[in-house]
Design a protein around this ligand. Structure first.
Ligand code: DWN
Ligand code: SAH
Length: 409
């Protein structure tokens, strides 16, 4: 039995789904490291008091985020455009006239802050993974290589003052030490400043059975209710929300100090109603989700076994973090998925975490098309399918498993 990570009072929670032993999702490795590979018991629970869906244990942050982190944000052109658009919105709506200051955590290779660096707007990134932080710095994005927490926040305030905007995309949900982060943000934001962050949305995960969003790095699966329950402990509240189609369905939250008396938009009220409709505060929703996940696994394994029995080839497309959950939970090995094609040089030539499927370059896919491509990067389907038309023209078929297992000709 674990206690909720959000509630200050000890509140026991039980898992509603267990995935068994899982490796580090971005821990691509060579054969010499197979026998020392790290695994942890991956279980997810729901706290009926604060509504936070959470991992019941997470590996140490240094095991996941280090100087050889395998995910580079700029591998998606659509995401670069997404961050350009939100940067423009921030510049228009949230920056003060006098020497504005933007702080971002999870800066990665600078995909978001590059827009502020180019415009000579004072900014600071905080990114613990040294290899991606180095890429950001090379682009002229000022980036501190460390984990953000209350201590980092205090140092930034002492050296550079408070911020107009604190931004985080796909990072807030990664940090188990979330109380220190929330307190640090409250400390770092000017009295009228805003926190803007986006993460995969619990509502989409439940509706689409996108259980591959669940892996070591994702400690939390946020909703309006749980985010408000966390930040109200630090004098902040949600003032606006905007659903996003990226990463398979994300939510953008805008929060402000309560004392600033910013108006809460209708979008927040509408989304609160939507969460009631989706049953995000109801334990039975998560029991149903588990059944859907089990059914999805059965269908995918059956399909891949049938294809193998016909002697046809399946190649995985994009060695995403999410694919680690699918391959390990469904026990997909290189008999079912010959290799995974990925554009990231750091992953190529290595093997997938846990199931040790070879990861190869995109050329290995395009120079000898398989019969089927299993779309592990389903969240980038539009971007990927648009550039892979030749694969389909030569008779190739896509296999997707979100929201349901199907073959697309
Ligand atoms: O939250 C997170 C999100 C933002 O990014 C992190 N915890 C880690 C990471 O998750 P992911 O690995 O599931 O991200 P993506 O963006 O779904 O997948 C990226 C991978 O896909 C990269 O290895 C590159 C590859 N890719 C490819 O091979 N061809 C991606 C695209 C768009 C392509 O065309
Ligand atoms: N914001 C980017 C990167 C998301 S991946 C995007 O949306 O594409 C998550 C990133 O958060 C990784 O680069 C990881 O190193 C970083 N990260 C993890 N814990 C962090 C922490 N405590 N403070 C700042 N960044 C952190």
């Amino acid at each position: 039995m674990s206690n909720c990570l959000i509630c200050k009072e000890p509140t026991p929670i039980e898992p509603f789904i267990s995935f068994g032993k899982m490796p580090i999702a971005n821990g691509f490795l060579g054969p010499l490291d197979f026998d020392k590979e790290y695994f942890f018991e991956m279980e997810v629970g729901f706290c009926s008091k604060c509504c936070m869906v959470q991992l019941l244990s997470q590996p140490d942050p240094e095991q996941m985020f280090h100087d050889n982190y395998a995910f580079f944000s700029s591998t998606s052109v659509r995401m670069a455009e997404h961050f350009r658009v939100i940067s423009d919105t921030i510049r228009r709506d949230y920056l003060s006239d006098q020497d504005p200051f933007v702080v971002e955590i999870g800066t990665n290779d600078g995909i978001f802050l590059q827009n502020f660096a180019k415009a000579n707007i004072r900014h600071l990134g905080v990114e613990p993974s040294a290899n991606v932080a180095a890429v950001a710095n090379q682009k002229g994005v000022h980036t501190l290589c460390r984990f953000f927490n209350l201590e980092t926040a205090n140092e930034i305030v002492a050296k550079q003052g408070q911020a107009d905007v604190f931004f985080g995309a796909n990072v807030m949900c990664h940090i188990l030490d979330i109380h220190s982060v929330a307190e640090g943000i409250a400390r770092l934001l000017k009295p009228n400043g805003v926190l803007i962050f986006e993460d995969p949305y619990l509502g989409d995960i439940i509706e689409k059975t996108s259980y591959d969003q669940i892996y070591d790095e994702h400690a939390f699966y946020f909703s309006i209710a749980s985010v408000n329950n966390l930040f109200q402990q630090y004098g902040m509240h949600i003032v606006d929300v905007a659903p996003q189609s990226v990463h398979g369905g994300s939510m953008r939250y805008v929060l402000a100090h309560r004392a600033a008396n910013r108006q809460v938009t209708d979008a927040v009220r509408l989304q609160v109603d939507e969460e009631a409709r989706l049953g995000l505060q109801n334990p039975s929703t998560f029991q149903k989700f588990r059944q859907n996940v089990e059914r999805s696994r059965e269908e995918l394994v059956k399909l891949l076994q049938a294809i193998r029995d016909q002697g046809k080839r399946v190649v995985g497309y994009a060695a995403t973090s999410k694919s680690t959950t699918i391959t390990n939970y469904c026990q997909l090995d290189s008999e079912l998925v010959e290799f995974i094609s990925d554009t990231t040089p750091l992953k190529q030539g290595k093997f997938s975490p846990g199931m040790h499927i070879p990861v190869r370059s995109h050329a290995d896919f395009s120079q000898n098309y398989p019969d089927f491509a299993l779309l592990f990067g389903w969240n980038h389907a539009q971007e990927i399918m648009a550039k892979e038309q030749a694969f389909v023209q030569r008779g190739g078929k896509w296999i997707v498993y979100v929201p349901e297992v199907k073959v697309i000709a």
